[in-house]
Design a protein around this ligand. Structure first.
Ligand code: PLP
Length: 398
């Protein structure tokens, strides 16, 4: 058998590797606390499931769906977007339904990156940005996200010749894995940069609704002129506990939408029509639905932050968005993977090492708050018992 060369350039998909380790531990009888995967543990809200039941009984939903999405779906998305962010989009030319944003990010990179083209990518980041760039034959250029710059890329550090050659830039706030947020001024800066260098901006806004403490996350389209250069991915996955349903949408620049649509038409398919109808019910949800989901994450965030502070972690301010905590590994550990291994082997806790999100993730690990508060407390108490604490000079080797 011979496989494509491009396969060799790919690291193993991070979560698949972690899951293998987790399964081996489960097989050994370990009571695993899985803080690894950003997959909501709560069910999809009932009114959405009810809408799905109704839709699936209607045979007209059973055949191939239109690639760009049903008119009803697209009209409902742009209406939701306008209500939420105050920005209008033409449902026929500036909006597409997606089988989840992961696939769409890949397809969009495929549509914009030729062999040797440069993609400006954040690091640490959602791994798909880099792997899809590599699969497309492109060259990732790393924009480091550093705590000192509030986990925002410093655009002034991108060399002029790189910027001139770059085709796309990807940004994503509220951010996975860092939990950081971006102010509108940041998007203004991104848009100005993109216009100067003729770059397409892809904004991954999967966590726009997972926010706390009164914070409301913006869209890149609230920055002036964004429609000239940008496309935004929205996903129902995290917002409505719908990761398994595979549904999202993109809005943005007409030409970029068209290019993404062309790749989609040739490679993937439309979203199951019954799911599109259920999504319309999701977009029409009363505000309380999301408030309830966020109240649960906030409680877990506060539990995690309090517990970790007790173990010596210096957390200045709990993050205002996403269901992640991004934390430095204790200084007594040499690497993120060494710390993640210790967490699994000694505490039965699965956490991804920061390096799973890129080289700049070295020295960090991520906690996903997608488990019960009681299990977070249990995890903290196991860490305490095993001495996996932040304090300088704490024991790391047993
Ligand atoms: C979860 C996630 C996505 C993908 O969501 P889909 O289920 O594919 O819609 C995209 N970007 C980030 C940063 C995510 O964390």
């Amino acid at each position: 058998m011979k496989f494509a060369k491009r396969m060799e350039s790919l690291p193993p998909y991070l979560f698949a590797e972690i899951d293998k380790k987790r399964q081996a531990a489960v097989a050994r009888g370990v009571d695993i606390i899985n803080m690894g995967i950003g997959d909501p543990d709560q069910p999809t809200p009932k009114h959405i499931v009810d809408a799905m039941h109704k839709a699936i009984d209607d045979p007209s939903t059973h055949n191939y769906p239109p690639y760009q999405g049903m008119k009803e779906f697209r009209e409902s998305t742009v209406k939701w977007f306008e209500k939420r962010f105050g920005q209008k989009f033409n449902p026929d030319t500036e909006c597409l339904s997606l089988i989840g944003s992961k696939e769409a990010i890949h397809n969009c990179i495929f549509a914009t990156i030729d062999q040797g083209d440069i993609a400006l990518l954040p690091d640490p980041a959602y791994p798909v940005y880099k792997t899809s760039t590599m699969l497309s034959g492109g060259k990732p250029y790393t924009m480091p996200l550093l705590e000192g710059n509030n986990w925002l890329p410093d655009l002034s550090k991108i060399p002029n010749d790189i910027a001139q050659k770059a085709n796309i830039m990807i940004v994503g706030y509220p951010n996975n894995p860092t939990g950081a947020i971006a102010p509108i001024e940041f998007y203004d800066e991104v848009i100005a940069f993109a216009k100067k260098y003729d770059i397409i901006v892809l904004s991954d806004n999967a966590y726009s609704e997972i926010t706390f403490d009164g914070y409301i996350a913006p869209s890149i389209f609230q920055a002036k002129g964004a429609k000239d250069v940008a496309l935004e991915f929205q996903s129902l996955s995290k917002t409505y506990n719908m990761t398994g349903w595979r549904v999202g949408f993109a809005v943005g620049n007409e030409k970029v939408i068209k290019a993404l649509g062309t790749v989609k038409t040739n490679i993937d398919s439309g979203v199951f029509k019954a799911i599109q109808k259920a999504s319309v019910a999701a977009f029409e949800s009363p505000k309380e639905v999301i408030d309830k989901i966020n109240a649960l994450y906030k409680e877990r965030r506060d539990t995690g932050v309090k517990g970790l502070r007790d173990l010596g972690w210096k957390i200045k301010e709990p993050n205002k968005a996403t269901f992640y905590l991004w934390l430095p590994i204790p200084p007594t550990f040499k690497s993120s993977t060494e710390f993640a291994s210790a967490m699994l082997d000694r505490c039965g806790i699965v956490v991804p090492p920061g390096t799973g999100y890129g080289e700049c993730g070295e020295g960090y690990f991520r906690i996903a708050l997608t488990i019960d508060k009681k299990r977070i407390e249990e995890g903290i108490s196991r860490m305490k018992k095993e001495g996996l604490v932040y304090a300088q000079g704490a024991c790391s080797v047993k």
